[in-house]
Ligand binder design. Structure first.
Ligand SMILES: Nc1ncnc2c1ncn2[C@@H]1O[C@H](COP(=O)(O)OP(=O)(O)OP(=O)(O)O)[C@@H](O)[C@H]1O
Ligand SMILES: [Mg+2]
Length: 368
């Protein structure tokens, strides 16, 4: 079995310790300070928060993920699902059903593990006051015991129609719940900053900011070398450095390359930076269809702009050179194309430059 994991939160032996971030987060949890955890995709925000909170004794973890949430009903149901997971007993589910009676809850099965789960009627969930009712049920728990509430991909609440109002309702509830630490995670930096640093936002100055970036290179290298050694592979430092350079040092992508290297090697092998192209072939074989699907949804012009960013980089995308490279006539067309690519999450703006979010997708585009 591969000792590497990617694409999900990691814990226990799959988690490389991040002592300084864990210490700061733990202190916030113990003091009841709200925290906004911000960082690019796949840097380990969810893993860090879940692993740290799990280790704090006497604190229950409430974790709701708002990734791609589109409506108030969906938002309420995500919160209800998390509430029903707070304890693992039949009497617990019955208790939550009762607390949500006004929203006509029904019992179903959690597809992930077959445990009982609750859904609320979608018409009721859309009704005004539904969110208050669900947050009341949560507050009934946080007033009774020590809970750390984690809202993941928090910025996606702004996708919900009337998202500002949803935020205002949440903020007013959170203000009344002074002993509970709330942790808000987000990977879309500018939207998280809008929520927490814009004076017109209900969450203005509502949380301490904690940035999560790359894992300290020496620590991560030592961790990964041990993982390879568990299967009798030697993983030299120059191979790690080459992978880090190819993945903008993003933990999730580094682990994905390591997993592919693992799959394409055998016990006793000494890996080298030259093996990375084999790992990329493994990744393209796994994910090529997703990449093809992603570009299949774009116009020809958007694909030209995306490919030009992959090949020439995303600095100066309105320059004459870039327009020529992308074979596009006007800056207005590039602007529209870039906007669509950003909206789709394929491209991210980072300090005046546009980057292709997934570095393997960028490599794949270069080879087309
Ligand atoms: N502390 C860590 N130790 C080892 N690997 C890690 C660690 N943190 C993150 N990773 C790697 O990154 C992947 C993504 O982690 P995680 O889901 O926690 O990141 P995230 O920042 O929440 O990502 P997303 O932006 O997709 O929500 C993991 O599956 C793992 O491969
Ligand atoms: Mg996450």
């Amino acid at each position: 079995m591969s000792p590497f994991k990617y694409g999900c939160a990691v814990s226990n032996e799959f988690f490389c310790p991040r002592p300084e971030l864990e210490r700061r987060l733990r202190e916030h949890v113990l003091s009841g300070q709200h925290v906004a955890v911000v960082g690019p995709r796949r840097t380990g925000k969810s893993s860090l928060v879940l692993e740290t909170v799990r280790k704090v004794k006497g604190v229950a973890l409430f974790h709701a993920d708002f990734l791609s949430v589109r409506s108030r009903a969906e938002l309420c149901n995500r919160l209800v699902a998390s509430l029903s997971r707070l304890e693992r007993t039949d009497s617990w589910v019955a208790k939550i059903m009762k607390a949500l009676m006004r929203l006509r809850p029904a019992l179903t099965v959690d597809p992930r593990d077959g445990s009982p789960a609750i859904v609320i009627d979608s018409r009721e969930a859309e009704s005004p006051g539904s969110l208050d009712c669900v947050l009341d049920a949560l507050a009934a728990q946080t007033s009774r015991r020590k809970v750390c509430v984690v809202f993941d991909e928090f910025q996606d609440i702004m996708n919900v129609e009337d998202g500002e109002n949803v935020l205002a309702v949440m903020r007013s509830r959170i203000q009344l719940d002074s002993r509970t630490p709330y942790i808000f995670l987000g990977s879309v930096r500018h939207r998280m900053l809008d929520i927490f640093l814009d004076p017109s936002s209900p969450f203005y100055h509502g949380a301490a900011m904690l940035e999560v970036g790359e894992i300290a290179a020496d620590d991560f290298y030592a961790f990964l070398r041990r993982r390879f050694a568990s299967g009798r592979r030697t993983f030299p430092r120059d191979a790690f450095d080459a992978i880090a350079a190819a993945t903008r040092s993003t933990p999730g992508y580094i682990q994905e390359v390591c997993d592919a290297l693992w799959q394409s090697s055998s016990r006793g092998d000494r890996l080298s930076s030259a093996d990375i192209h084999k790992a990329l072939d493994v990744i393209f074989a796994r994910e090529g269809e997703h990449y093809a699907f992603a570009i299949g949804r774009l116009t020809a012009l958007q694909v030209q702009v995306l490919t030009a960013i992959a090949v020439h980089g995303g600095k100066g995308v309105y320059s004459g050179d870039f327009l020529r490279a992308a074979n596009v006539k006007s800056t207005a067309s590039v602007r529209r194309a870039v906007q669509r690519l950003v909206d789709d999450g394929l491209v991210v703006p980072v300090s005046g430059e546009y980057l292709i979010d997934n570095p393997f997708f960028a490599e794949w585009l270069k080879l087309r």
